[in-house]
Design a binder for this molecule. Structure first.
Ligand SMILES: *Cc1c(COP(=O)(O)O)cnc(C)c1O
Length: 391
């Protein structure tokens, strides 16, 4: 019999009752160290006092009015995003997938509004952009698309690192190049900074737009507010979600004025997108992440984590390979099956997240301290030792 919850997830037999910072408690009081942060969502950890205050304060005033009216928190959050990024304008969504939908629509409309027939979007193999038909068509991986056809036409996937194929596909019908600066689901694969700059140049030379999916790698995750800042380039359109709501469902599309030129009144909408609860929390998340010294602290703790992971990996060469990623978006290439490592880590009361390419992801809350990093390393070491003993 089919379970009451559609069985599309392989869930661990774990259930949590409350959280604080980087820690979660099950109902029987067992404490777990959270190095997954709800898949890079709980950027400020669990039950951050400033976020609890922002949400409960708004909850006592007003939950929802729709985008037929001005929403002060939404305006405030958009102002902060515009101030701190390349963007001139924002649209709020409830998820990363919805951000993808708008990014695709915006790129196509940008050209259509000028009478140009350019609609194709070039993406990279191993990408993840969400689970809607447009998002799976964009990523193109059979494990996501099989049985869901017909897919949306107009996407071309290029193999990772295949510069010749990329150059060859850049024809006059290409509206945009769409990439994650650091692939998350694909296995914490960071595009080298030179490649990101190369993509910016390529898009410019062809008059195409550059869309960055920073749903997972944005909002301070890599140690800069957005990952593309490391490469010194700016996109035309950027998708944001996950960390921006700190656990409250919220996403956004940020864009330069020219890129957004086709998006006039009536061309797009969302009933819930940017509602008062989500934006009250989102604005507080932005305040904390952009406060003086916050990202310096992320970079310092990330350096400690990375050095520890390198040591760990050398100590267990039969279990772990290379360390990947940037900031607190880290991955351990696994030599044992990554799912086995994740299960062994559960036994050590440590939460990690598997990714593609047999990688174990470490995406802790950005507020973790040195002691928690050391604790996580110790638990990973114990999990690896258990795998070695069992082998
Ligand atoms: C999670 C993710 C998405 C989809 O976001 P949802 O909120 O699950 O719809 C899109 N792109 C990237 C890079 C992601 O990590």
């Amino acid at each position: 019999m089919i379970p009451a919850i559609l069985p599309t997830y392989n869930r661990a037999p774990l259930s949590f009752e409350r959280g604080e910072g980087a820690w979660l408690w099950t109902e029987d009081g067992t404490r777990y160290l959270d190095m997954g942060a709800g898949i890079a969502v709980n950027a400020l950890g669990h039950a951050h006092p400033a976020l609890v205050e922002a949400l409960t304060d708004q909850a006592g005033r007003l939950w929802h009015v729709s985008n037929l009216y001005d929403i002060p928190h939404q305006r405030r959050l958009a102002g902060m995003l515009v101030e701190h990024t390349f963007a001139d304008t924002c649209f709020f969504t409830n998820s990363g997938t919805e951000a993808l939908e708008l990014a695709v629509k915006m790129a196509r409309k940008h050209f259509a509004a000028r009478g140009a027939d350019r609609h194709r979007i070039v993406t990279v193999e191993g990408a993840f952009h969400g689970r809607s038909i447009a998002a799976i068509s964009a990523a193109g991986a059979p494990k996501m698309t099989e049985g869901f056809g017909p897919l949306l036409p107009g996407f071309t996937q290029i193999r990772w690192g295949d510069h010749d194929a990329l150059a060859a596909t850049m024809a006059d019908d290409v509206a945009a190049i769409l990439v994650e600066p650091v692939q998350g689901e694909g296995g914490i694969r960071a595009l080298p900074e030179a490649c990101l700059r190369g993509l910016r140049d390529l898009a410019d030379r062809h008059g195409a737009l550059l869309i960055l999916d920073e749903v997972q790698c944005g909002m301070g995750r890599t140690g800069r507010l957005f990952a593309h800042e490391w490469a010194g380039i700016v996109p035309d359109i950027m998708m944001v979600a996950k960390g921006i709501g700190g656990g409250f469902p919220l996403g956004a599309v940020l864009a330069r004025e020219a890129a957004a030129a086709g998006m006039t009144a009536g061309t797009h909408g969302s009933t819930y997108g940017g509602n008062p609860l989500a934006c009250a929390v989102g604005a507080r998340v932005m305040e904390v992440i952009t406060a003086e010294g916050f990202l310096d602290r992320v970079n310092a703790v990330a350096a400690r984590f990375r050095a520890g992971l390198e040591t760990l990996s050398s100590a267990h060469p039969q279990v772990f390979g290379e360390v990947r990623g940037r900031g607190l978006m880290l991955g351990l290439k696994a030599r044992a099956p990554n799912t086995e490592i994740v299960s062994r880590a559960y036994a050590q009361h440590l939460l990690t997240v598997p990714a593609g390419d047999n990688v174990v992801r470490l995406l802790p809350p950005l507020v973790i301290g040195d002691a928690e990093v050391d604790e996580a390393l110790g638990r990973l070491d114990a999990a690896a030792a258990a795998i070695a003993r069992a082998a």
